[in-house]
Design a protein. Structure first.
Length: 294
């Protein structure tokens, strides 16, 4: 199945990206904006139009990553932020009937983790976590080579765990920088690159908080690897010291010794992750007792 094409779709709050993936590479890509006033039917019709443009006989299935709650078995998307009309969308049913091919969907954090597993540094690991660090914190879990989604694709919401006076998300996403200083993380990253002592100290502090979040993940699922994505992960060089300082306090040092923590190197992670979901599910369905081919 190495040469098979898959369509990966990333549904965001303001845009939808549609790409064709072959051998872990995006070979075609389209995008369109979504508007808060658009109806459910309008967005579905435009999505189908863009799929039609890239679809050919070599495409074996469609994978979708979307924010919000997802009923993966029945293919229903609930409450996509910034798209008010998407409260209960039977997306799988619509696309399956429209294109007569398999359709798989999950939330966007899960798609990121699957992309890392199938096309990135996660290939050797049976158990890993993909942690997206941006305006929020999202996590996808891979357990025994398959994505673990839980009820309505809501497993791994570590950002909602209470932490200090708020939640993990308030201290481990980009919100940390704006709430602490009134300036975005991108500015502090630029200053750190210039050797600014204040920026370096702030990113080290951020790393300590993120390290505490990783300890929560270790207690919960004890993965072999955690891969960091999202805009904040670009600062990894500057916060990894604080992160490892926190991890050094974990009570089971053997667990930390085997743990790999690294920023993702995947480009077009959202589209690749959605396509990887389709590939993973089809390969597991074909060979349920085998590790997916990589």
């Amino acid at each position: 199945m190495h040469n098979t094409k898959y369509i990966g779709i990333d549904i965001g709050g303001t845009k939808v990206q549609v790409g064709v993936v072959q051998n872990g590479v995006v070979v075609q890509q389209r995008r369109f904006e979504t508007f808060a006033t658009a109806s459910k039917e309008q967005i579905l019709a435009e999505l189908a139009t863009h799929i039609d443009v890239v679809l050919d006989a070599e495409v074996a299935g469609i994978g979708i990553g979307t924010p919000g709650l997802v009923d993966e078995e029945n293919g229903i998307v609930y409450s996509v932020q910034n798209i008010p009309s998407w409260q209960q969308v039977h997306l799988k049913q619509y696309l399956t009937h429209r294109f007569n091919m398999p359709v798989y969907l999950t939330n966007d954090a899960n798609a990121f983790a699957v992309g890392e597993k199938m096309y990135g540094q996660g290939r050797p690991f049976a158990n890993l976590v993909g942690l997206a660090l941006g305006t929020g914190v999202g996590a996808g879990l891979i357990i025994n080579h398959d994505v673990y989604s839980g009820a309505l694709s809501s497993a791994g919401e570590f950002g909602c765990v209470p932490y200090r006076d708020k939640t993990v998300e308030e201290y481990c996403s980009g919100k940390f920088f704006t709430q602490q200083t009134g300036r975005p993380g991108s500015e502090w990253h630029a200053l750190a690159q210039q050797g600014n002592p204040e920026a370096l100290a702030l990113l080290t502090e951020y790393g300590r908080h993120l390290g505490n979040a990783l300890k929560i993940i270790l207690f919960a699922v004890a993965p072999q690897a955690i891969f960091l994505g999202g805009s904040v992960s670009k600062c990894f060089k500057y916060f990894q010291g604080g992160l490892h300082e926190s991890l050094g306090e974990f009570p089971f040092p053997k667990v930390v010794e085997q743990l790999v923590v690294a920023p993702s190197a995947i480009e077009n992670a959202a589209i690749l992750g959605a396509a990887a979901l389709c590939q993973l599910k089809q390969e597991l369905r074909t060979n349920p007792h085998n590790v997916p081919s990589l």
